[in-house]
Design a protein around this ligand. Structure first.
Ligand code: IPE
Ligand code: IPE
Ligand code: MG
Length: 247
């Protein structure tokens, strides 16, 4: 039996966010260098993107590189940037064929020029696709994003376009990199770590969190479907009580 059979297609989360973690430990387990783990992590990205598109998920955000990940050894950082360029160039056609639109969140301008170029190309090439939006969080951290949002709002105030008393949550949402993207209903983190690691802090106010011990390279479509089935068994109360909830 597949977990797919226990999923209610009418109650799918619109947006799933994933912290793809455990590539390094997966490689270690196989007595291989960390980069080997990242390469195999790309296979999981392909699988999960395909799996999400197949059942009708609208938005999939993958945390691929955090602002803190620059503190890793240069050899690993360089390998990750190269892998990203290589993957984007290899996958552009498949993304397009499957009607998938690519987007990014994060401080893209600080990425190496080559990486930015590959991203721009893939984004431009897929921008009219409307089945699944695949969002890569690159050089991303939530505190960076919130800081940048505050600057944008500050500039609006300075220009006299907005008065401080009028600032509301819509202005904040609109100033974040995720403007136009609905908040994720479900967040999955692999590798057994149970933390958020500076990911979508504002957007995840009411997100259901799902943790699995599997390392990212071992995460398959069936694991995604298991997480969705688990999510669908939960009651999301948003501060209300059971009897209040509109079904
Ligand atoms: C996640 O796997 C991928 C990135 C952060 C780029 P890790 O590289 O963090 O793997 P572990 O956590 O060391 O096992
Ligand atoms: C979070 O994983 C970032 C990404 C998956 C890109 P990390 O491995 O960097 O997080 P920590 O250091 O375990 O919190
Ligand atoms: Mg990690």
């Amino acid at each position: 039996m597949s977990y797919l059979d226990s999923i209610d297609i009418n109650k799918l989360p619109r947006h799933i966010a994933v912290i793809m973690d455990g590539n390094g430990r997966w490689a270690k387990k196989h007595n291989k260098p960390r980069v080997f783990g990242h390469r195999n992590g790309v296979k999981a990205v392909r699988q999960i993107t395909e799996g999400a598109a197949e059942i009708g998920i609208e938005y999939l955000t993958l945390y691929a590189f955090s602002t803190e990940n620059w503190n890793r050894p240069a050899i690993e950082v360089n390998a990750l940037m190269m892998l990203l360029v290589e993957t984007l160039n290899n996958e552009i056609k498949t993304l397009d064929k499957n009607n998938i639109r690519l987007k990014t969140i994060g401080d893209i301008e600080q990425l190496p020029a080559k990486t930015q170029k590959a991203l721009q190309k893939a984004i431009a090439h897929t921008h009219q696709n409307d089945r699944l939006t695949l969002i890569l969080a690159l050089n991303y951290s939530s505190r960076w994003e919130i800081n940048a949002a505050i600057k944008k709002i500050g500039i609006q105030v300075q220009k006299g376009l907005l008065s401080p008393q009028d600032i509301n949550q819509d202005h904040i949402s609109a100033a974040l990199d995720t403007a136009d993207i609905p908040d994720p209903e479900l967040m999955i983190r692999t590798s057994g770590e149970q933390r958020i690691s500076n990911f979508l802090l504002y957007q995840m106010a009411y997100t259901e969190l799902y943790f699995t011990d599997k390392f990212w390279p071992d995460f398959e479509k069936e694991d995604l479907y298991q997480a969705i089935a688990d999510y669908q068994r939960r009651e999301r109360r948003f501060g209300m009580i059971s009897e209040n909830i509109m079904r």
